[in-house]
Design a protein around this ligand. Structure first.
Ligand SMILES: NC(=O)c1ccc[n+]([C@@H]2O[C@H](COP(=O)([O-])OP(=O)(O)OC[C@H]3O[C@@H](n4cnc5c(N)ncnc54)[C@H](OP(=O)(O)O)[C@@H]3O)[C@@H](O)[C@H]2O)c1
Length: 288
């Protein structure tokens, strides 16, 4: 590892938005530990990176549907750090489960990939981070149900079979709930680490033309025709993450209160989400 380079950990590096962020980091003096679960995609990403920068990206296997894989991912990174600190953790990987499924750890798949395993990795790596943690959230948090999200995050689901019905709306509900939990966790962690000099923030890419928004349904081509021209490119979707990377915390005003980067702006999380955080904490402390 080159002394002068900073260290970044990036999940979802092989995805639409992650690839853009990964290239940016390699270009900006970071050594990147890039999580991947598909070697072919990792190779395709490397092929797009200038030869002199490729050596700064190291792929490490991670399957977020498994807590064991999350733990192994952290162990590998901690070992490679050799006592150095991580400057940047970007929790960018995410997915919308196309059908209801329970992981071997006992969680609904979207909830585990987008929140449970992300929280596990973040908690394990936090003592080794000296800079910033960026969590990729989504505007869908506004349509999530706090009650359902808290239940799902503790491994609960409806027993009358209603959870196993498949529909796009249900897939999106599970996704929104998991991203709401991630947003609440971002607020929670930011408060908890405020005295350590760590910064925790959220980044919302907007609606972006990547694989995640393909629902593999008959109406995809119609949705494509109607909406694709209006949605963002991966480069535009990566902008809030890149803005968050470069943002310098000003004074004590921002200490402990996570910022949300969206488009080209950066503000506090919306009041409605902060209120939900307060209500969530009353129900379960600390956040599951
Ligand atoms: N696109 C949008 O409209 C939008 C809107 C709001 C928020 N976001 C968020 O932005 C982030 C990036 O998404 P994207 O748009 O770039 O989508 P994407 O192209 O589908 O990329 C998702 C990334 O997450 C990885 N991933 C998915 N499931 C995983 C698992 N079980 N274990 C490990 N990695 C896994 C994927 O790995 P593979 O490469 O192996 O598939 C991929 O690298 C996500 O958190 C997403 O929720 C996206």
């Amino acid at each position: 590892m080159e002394e002068s380079r900073k260290i970044a950990v990036l999940t979802g590096a092989t995805g639409g938005i992650g690839s853009v962020v990964c290239k940016y980091l390699a270009d900006c003096c970071y050594t990147v530990y890039a999580a991947c679960r598909n070697n072919k995609k990792a190779q395709s990403l490397l092929d797009t990176i200038p030869e002199d920068k490729r050596g700064y990206i190291e792929f490490i296997e991670l399957d977020l549907t498994s807590l064991q894989s999350a733990d192994e991912f952290c162990d590998t990174i901690i070992c490679k750090l050799n006592g150095n600190k991580i400057d940047l953790l970007i929790n960018n990987a995410g997915m919308i489960a196309k059908k209801f499924n329970i992981t071997s750890d006992g969680y609904e798949t979207s909830m585990q990939v987008n929140y449970i395993s992300v929280k596990r990795i973040t908690e394990r790596l936090t003592p080794h981070i000296s800079g910033k943690i960026i969590n990729t959230v989504s505007c869908t948090i506004h349509s999530a149900s706090l009650k359902r999200a808290l239940k799902s995050a503790t491994g609960g689901f409806e027993t009358d079979g209603s959870d196993s019905k498949q529909s796009t709306l249900r897939s999106l509900s599970y996704y929104s709930d998991s991203k709401l939990m991630l947003a609440l966790y971002t607020l929670d962690l930011s408060k908890r680490v405020s005295d350590t000099g760590l910064t925790v923030c959220g980044a919302d890419p907007g609606i972006v033309d990547t694989g995640i928004i393909t629902m593999h349904r008959w109406y995809d081509p119609i949705a494509n025709l109607l909406f694709r021209p209006f949605i963002k490119s991966a480069e535009q979707g990566a902008r809030p993450i890149i803005n968050a990377i470069g943002h310098k915390v000003e004074g004590t005003r921002e200490k402990g209160s996570a910022l949300l980067f969206a488009g080209n702006s950066c503000k506090s999380f919306p009041r409605r989400i902060r209120n939900r955080y307060d209500r969530g904490l009353k129900l379960i402390t600390p956040l599951p």
